[in-house]
Design a binder for this molecule. Sequence first.
Ligand SMILES: Nc1ncnc2c1ncn2[C@@H]1O[C@H](COP(=O)(O)OP(=O)(O)OP(=O)(O)O)[C@@H](O)[C@H]1O
Length: 633
Amino acid sequence: MDIAGTLIQGALPTFAANNTGGAGNDTRKNLADGIFETILPLFGTQFNPLFKILMVVWNKAGISLGFDPTIILTIAGVVWAANKLLRQLYGTLYGLTQQYFTASINISNSDEMYNHMMKWLAGQPKLVNSRSLTAETFSRTMWEGEDGGDLVTGSIGADGTGIMLNFSNQEAKAPPRFIPAFGLHGFWFEGRYYRIHRKQESLYDDGNSSGMPQFKDKEKLAISCFGRSPEPIKKLLQLAKEQYYADHHAKTIVKRPSPQNLRRYGGRHSWQQVANRPVRPMNTVVLDEKQKVAVLSDMNEYLHPATPRWYAARGIPLRRGYLFHGPPGTGKTSLSFALAGVFGLDIHVISLLDPSLTEEDLSALFSSLPRRCVVLLEDIDTAGLSRPDDSKPEDGKQSGKKGAKDGSKDKDDWSVSDLARELRKQGDSTEKKGISLSGLLNAIDGVASHEGRVLIMTTNKPESLDDALIRPGRVDMQVAFNNATRQQALELFVRMYEAESKMSTTLSQEISLSTASTIPSTPTEKDSSDLSDGSITEVEVEDLDQNADDTAASKLVSAKDEAERPVTTKELASIAFKFSEIIPEGQIISPAEIQGFLLKRKKNPRRALLEVNGWVTALLEQKASKTKILQVQ
Ligand SMILES: Nc1ncnc2c1ncn2[C@@H]1O[C@H](COP(=O)(O)OP(=O)(O)OP(=O)(O)O)[C@@H](O)[C@H]1O
C-alpha cells in the first residue's frame, strides 16, 4: 500500500478497506467510492445527488490524470499540518527570543521622543520605500526652504505678468511626509537589524476639565533589536534626537502655554512650541553697549554650571529676574530673543492678558518649565487688573435696546436667546477675571516655583508696578529702553543697508556718530580706489561729485536708477550720518518707527535720506495732534 493509503487508512477505515485492491482504474474508482461513502453519512441525505456528481468527476479526473487524485488531498493535508506545526514552532521560538534575546524600548506619542523618531524614520530611505506607509501632510515652517529654494523647486510661481510672486502652488507642491504605517517593520541600520512596531490603542479619558468623557487614541512605538542590551536602541534614539535638533543651534524655539484642554495634563503638555525661528543676532539690537554687556555678563554668570551650588550653599533660591521697561517699540522683546539666542535657550512667552489663563495655570506653567530657559512675561503691568468683561457692554447695549424697544419685558416674555444670554452671564461670573498680583508673585517665586529659569518681565509703564513685584529677588536687574537717539538712528540705518556679508560683523557699531561725522558726505576719487581692496562692499562703484551742494545731490538721488545704485560703505556712513541728523533729539521717535520707515525703502538708502525730512515732520505733527492716521509712511 502506498504512503497516502497508509495515512488515510488511519483516518478513514471504510476507505482503507476499499483501498486494498491494487493499482488501476478500478482501484481508483473504489478508492473514490470509499471516500465518498465514508463522508456521505456526515452530511444530510439532501447532499447525496451532489456527492454522486462529485464522485463521477473525481473518478474521471483520476482516470485522465493517470494517478490517484487522493494524493493531492494527502499532500495538501501534510502541508497544512506542517505549516501549523512550523507556525507554532516559530511562535514559540519568537516568544522565547523576544523574552530572552531581544531588547526593546517603548515610546509613547505623548513624548517628544516620538516626534524625534518619526522624523528620523521619515528620512530613512529603506523604510520610506517599505510597502506599508502612512502619508502625512507636512507643512514646512517659514524658515525652511528660504533663500529662494521654493523658487527653484517651482512651489512658488509668478503671476500672469511675471512680475508678482504667486503662492497658490505652494501647498500643492509641498511633498507629503511618509512614515511607517501601523504594524511591524524591520530595517537595518549600521549593521544591526531593528524592528519597530507602531501600534495604536484607545484609552478612556474621563474628560476631567472638559466634562466630556471620551475615548482617546494613543500611539506607541516599540523599537527592538537582537541582543540582551538595549544600548543600540538608546544610541539610535540619541542619534534621532541629535538630528532633530541639528539645526537648532541657529534657531530659537518659542513656546507658549498649550490650549486649556492640554494644559490639564501638566508636565510637558503645559507648553507648546509655536515657532522655531532663526536666532536674532545680538548686534541687530541697537542699544547702549554698556547696558547690553551688563545684561549679558550677569546672565552668563547666573547660567554658569557652578552657580546652583553657590546659590544652594547660601540658601538663596536659584532665580534671576530682569525688568525691561520703556516705551513701545524700543527693543524689549527683541533683546529678550537675542539673549535667548546667545545662550541657546528656549523662550517661553506668557501674556498676562491671555483670557484663558488662571492663577492655577500660571503656577502650573512655572512649575513645568525645563531646567534652563528664558521666561518672557509680557505686559507685566496688567497683573492685578481685571480683564475687560466683554459681555457687559453687549448686555448693556442689548438691555438698553430692549428697554427702549419693548419697555416692560417681564420674565414670562423671555425668548430662548434671552435665556442663553443670561446663562452665559452666569457662566462668566464664575470665570476668573484676571491674574491678581498675589497670584503672579506666587507663580514667580512661590514655594513650588521652578528654579533655574531666567525671568524677563516687560512693561511700558514701570511706574505703575507694585513695589512687591520689582523688589530684589524678583527683579535683580532693570534695563531701561528709550526712543531712538541719533546714534541709534544711525546704527539702525547702517544695519538696514549694509551688505549681508557684513551683517555678522559689527559694522554698524563701528560707525558711530563721531566717526561718521569725520567721513566726507560723499566718497572722493581716492575713496573709490580704496574700494577695490575688498574691505568695502563688493558692488560696482561710481563717484559722487563731492562738491555738489544739497540741491544738486537731491536731484542726483531723485533720479530713479541713480537712487538704486548700490552704495559703498563710506557712502553709506555718510548718508546714515545725514539721516541721523534729521532725527530729532529728545528721543521722540521709537526704533520701531524708524525701522518701519526704512523697511519701506529697504533697497534705497538715498531715497530714505531724501524723504526722511518729510516723514519726521509729518510724524511729529501726528504725535502732537494725537491722531492715529499717518500722513507720510
Ligand atoms: N533697539 C532696537 N534695536 C533694533 N531694533 C529695534 C529696536 N527697538 C525696536 N526695534 C524693532 O522694532 C520692532 C519692535 O520691537 P520690539 O518688539 O522689540 O519692541 P518692544 O519694546 O518689545 O515693544 P512693545 O513694548 O510694544 O512690546 C522689532 O521689529 C525690532 O526689530
